[in-house]
Ligand binder design. Structure first.
Ligand SMILES: *Cc1c(COP(=O)(O)O)cnc(C)c1O
Length: 457
């Protein structure tokens, strides 16, 4: 449809704004009692402006807010809801679990069954359950340090591993020599033993291990980064990391909190390690394995995991770890996450990502759609041909995304409110939900085009 700068009210680009009075009122109340009005920063609209919507219910692929607006959800709780909202079977099992009591503070059956399911799907021999991905990576690093008797932790710029002090580090000016705290409140001492390298950069990894291999406790990486937008590992990169760590007696920690049980039955490891014949020493999981409840895990080689208390000397604990309701939700979700589920999510993601690319091309917006299995993201007007690291990811024009985001939201599609996030689909994204997204894309692409022209004018 040809667009003129003064498009009429009947144009999809200029419909009446959705009502947001209810969300705005709740956001104001929230601001009085909570910093920034949210309990996790990404939920605020700081990167895109405007009012985050206060949801009252989720059903399948859809969210409904306090003003009665419906949205197709492309966040899926930031990954966990592989089956969509309010899956009837998950709800039924959770209701039964709740009826039996919400926490025992003793061992219980569902935590063993969830651990068995994780061990069956992945190369880990043993797991320890925790309540968040942050706890999982924090504990994995403590264990790696305890096991190796070394202090240095290597991570990649743009990879997020939760808000662990030593991992909230940024590359210092002398890249590969020192890290600086990524936020006030993290003492320099906490990142002193952290080294930050550029992602996908084999030479940087080789050089660091050649110089300091004997000091390195572990290298931690997102199995396929999704927290700077989707930036998949170059073919063989994870295998190279595993081998490099092994050669120097360091542990390879693969963070699959986002990718685990999402990009395949076996997570990212199912897409590379299982085929190439290698396994991480330690892995971390969260999101999907909690089925929408706070549950996460770290696991790996039995000899390493055996160092954990009470079996070994490395202390780690949690009042609600292995909670019977959360583990029931996670276990039910994983048991339902069969091959058909992954086939459906893969196909849905392929349809939506292709349509997003086509709409942006048709509107003349430079962009890159990057995939890792069914996880994908769109980089808006990046300065590179392919995003392989954080510098490339950061080269995009976030003002273009902002325009696209709000045009999608107005048409009832809830995208992650940041240009640096993956878009998530679920088994509940059916033809109606996907059709709704496809209908919204051309108008949003035109809004992005106007923002891009404004920026380049
Ligand atoms: C979400 C995420 C975490 C942190 O998990 P929380 O449950 O939010 O603490 C860690 N690592 C990766 C790769 C993640 O995507």
């Amino acid at each position: 449809m040809p667009q003129t700068p003064t498009s009429s009210a009947s144009s999809p680009d200029a419909r009446t704004p959705l009502p947001t009075d209810g969300s705005a009122a709740w956001f104001e109340r929230a601001h009085r009692v909570t910093p920034g009005g949210v309990n996790s920063p990404v939920r605020a609209f700081n990167a895109v402006g405007g009012t985050p919507r206060f949801m009252v219910s989720g059903q399948g692929a859809w969210l409904t807010d306090v003003d009665g607006n419906d949205y197709v959800d492309l966040i899926c709780s930031w990954g966990p809801l592989l089956l969509g909202h309010a899956h009837p079977e998950v709800q039924a099992r959770v209701a039964e679990a709740v009826a039996r009591g919400t926490s025992y503070g003793t061992p219980s059956r569902s935590e063993v069954e969830l651990a068995e399911e994780i061990v069956a799907r992945t190369p880990v021999e043993q797991v320890r359950l925790v309540s968040s991905g942050t706890e999982a990576t924090m504990s994995a690093i403590r264990l790696a340090r305890g096991f190796t008797g070394r202090d240095v932790v290597v991570k990649f710029a743009g990879c997020y591993h939760g808000h662990v002090d030593s991992l909230l580090a940024e590359a210092g000016s002398g890249l590969a020599t020192h890290a600086v705290a990524g936020t006030p409140g993290v003492p320099a001492a906490s990142v002193e033993a952290t080294v930050v390298l550029p992602y996908n950069d084999r030479a940087a990894v080789e050089q660091l291990f050649a110089q300091r291999g004997g000091e390195i406790a572990c290298l931690v990486t997102e199995a396929s980064p999704g927290n700077m937008g989707v930036v998949p590992p170059e073919p063989g990169f994870n295998e190279f990391l595993a081998q490099t760590c092994a050669r120097h007696g360091a542990l390879f920690v693969s963070d699959e909190v986002m990718t685990g049980f999402r990009v395949s039955r076996q997570g990212q490891w199912g897409l590379d390690g299982a085929r190439e014949g290698w396994a991480p020493d330690l892995m971390t999981f969260g999101k999907v394995m909690g089925g929408g409840f706070p549950a996460a895990a770290f696991g790996g080689r039995a000899d390493v995991m055996g160092m954990l208390s009470p079996q070994g000397p490395v202390y780690q604990a949690g009042t609600l770890s292995g909670n019977p309701v959360a583990t029931t939700a996670g276990l039910t979700t994983l048991r339902l996450a069969a091959d058909e589920v992954y086939a459906h999510v893969d196909a849905a993601a392929a349809t939506v990502s292709a349509a997003a690319g086509e709409a942006l091309t048709a509107a003349g917006v430079p962009h890159l759609v990057q995939h890792d299995g069914n996880m994908f993201s769109v980089f808006f007007a990046p300065q590179v041909d392919r995003v392989v690291d954080y510098v490339g990811a950061a080269s995009q024009d976030t003002a273009v995304f902002r325009a696209f985001f709000h045009a999608m939201l107005e048409q009832g599609v809830y995208l992650p409110p940041s240009a640096f996030e993956a878009w998530f689909l679920s088994a509940a994204h059916d033809d109606r939900a996907i059709g709704h997204v496809l209908d919204a894309l051309p108008g949003a692409a035109r809004a992005a085009a106007r923002a891009h022209e404004g920026d380049t004018a």
